[in-house]
Design a protein around this ligand. Sequence first.
Ligand code: HEM
Length: 137
Amino acid sequence: MVLNETLRLYSPAVTVTRQTLEDVQLGDLQIPAKTELYLAFSTVHRDPEMWGEDADEFNPARFTKPRNHLAAFLGFGLGPKTCVGQNLAMVEAKVVLAMLVRRFTFEVSPSYVHAPITLVTLQPQYGAPIILRRTHI
Ligand code: HEM
């Protein structure tokens, strides 16, 4: 839930891009062939209609409830081009996190500056300094 909530608020993949092969009707929109479409994940992931008025808040517990829309969460994409590395990425993150919490408590350093930037993927512009403290010797 913590990992999903992190992916929701700060998706490393920022957009997906598609090009229409032919004229298509998408809802009320008439889209000509060969149009490039960009879907920004943040508009979906922070939409209060999808996620409630607290959409900008970090609340992992929101993942205990079923989503109110299939496409409300796009961290690993959706449909035929869904990320093939999704399970590997999640297992890797869980293993690293489990190893860390066994040995350390950690908190964000006061020197952290919140300035996400897109450099292919979404990244912390000035790094993510973290203070680690050993829980036992
Ligand atoms: C946190 C880590 C990751 C995130 C957030 C992520 C995100 C995504 C997203 C959003 C897509 C869909 C792109 C689209 O629809 O155009 C995608 C596709 C893909 N991902 Fe990942 N990914 C991650 C890790 C990985 C890893 C570890 C691998 C390989 C080991 C991987 C391999 C792929 C491949 C091959 C595709 C293309 C699938 C296709 O086009 O059929 N990803 N990923």
